[in-house]
Design a protein around this ligand. Structure first.
Ligand code: MN
Length: 246
């Protein structure tokens, strides 16, 4: 199995080093990741300048690794072009959760999503960062088990995985879509000028069976996702009301 790994925290993140090490037990791994952090870039692609690929052995021992001056989606597009026999793309392990509505701006998920857009299986992996750094030695057995479960399925699919800090099991979940407030917090910079921080925090508690609930209750959350965003119910409703307009 040929595995391509990217992330949105950049090539020097400990999360991508941990993932590459664990994934190499399943197949041949190549790492192609952004040269600087690209968190919350969503599915941005670089179209107005060329991309460059530079060898980046730091962090990866015997695994071939490259850094790219682009986004996670760029890295996957470029990586699957250069390594056309790629079977699966992994993105992460992100230092920070990607749960519920945060999937909309996640660069980590976009890396996996770009793979699926190109007809290759994609898995995004994330873990919350609290006051302490994630302990990837604690997470390693659960990362390995989760990859084993998802690698068994050879169908094209997109999966979003989130690891709690101290997992006690693994659950299949759906995306929590309870409302979030995209809150702007004003502040003042050292020169006395006004500035604004964008923060996202949930307004309502998570419902059981969702990704947020699982991680809050110390379960690894695996959510199968789809690219088709069509609201089927709403589509039927508006079509029944008036099938077309002249
Ligand atoms: Mn990130």
């Amino acid at each position: 199995m040929r595995i391509l790994i990217t992330n949105d925290d950049g090539i020097y993140s400990p999360g991508i080093a941990a993932l590459a090490k664990i994934a190499s037990r399943f197949g041949h791994v190549t790492v192609i990741a952004p040269d600087v952090e690209q968190s919350s870039m969503g599915h941005a692609v670089t179209h107005s300048r060329p991309l460059s690929l530079k060898k980046s052995p730091i962090n990866f021992e015997d695994i071939e690794a490259f850094r790219v001056n682009g986004t996670p989606a760029d890295c996957v597009a470029l990586g699957t072009h250069l390594y056309a026999t790629t079977d699966i793309v992994l993105s992460g392990i992100n230092m920070g959760p990607n749960l519920g509505n945060s999937m909309w701006h996640s660069g980590t998920l976009a890396g996996a999503k770009q793979a699926v857009l190109l007809g290759i299986r994609g898995i995004a992996l994330s873990t919350p960062v609290g006051k302490t750094e994630p302990d990837f030695d604690v997470l390693a057995p659960y990362v390995e088990k989760t990859l084993g479960i998802l690698f068994e399925n050879k169908e094209l699919g997109l999966y979003n995985v989130n690891f709690p800090q101290q997992p006690k099991g693994i659950q299949w979940t759906r995306q929590s879509v309870r409302l979030y407030d995209g809150k702007i917090v004003p502040g003042v910079d050292p020169m006395g000028r006004k500035h604004y921080w964008f923060t996202v925090s949930p307004l309502e508690p998570a419902e059981q069976g969702t990704d947020r609930w699982a991680v809050e209750n110390d379960y690894v959350s695996i959510t199968p996702l789809r690219l088709d965003l069509t609201d089927e119910q709403q589509l039927r409703k508006v079509q029944q009301r008036q099938p077309e307009f002249s």
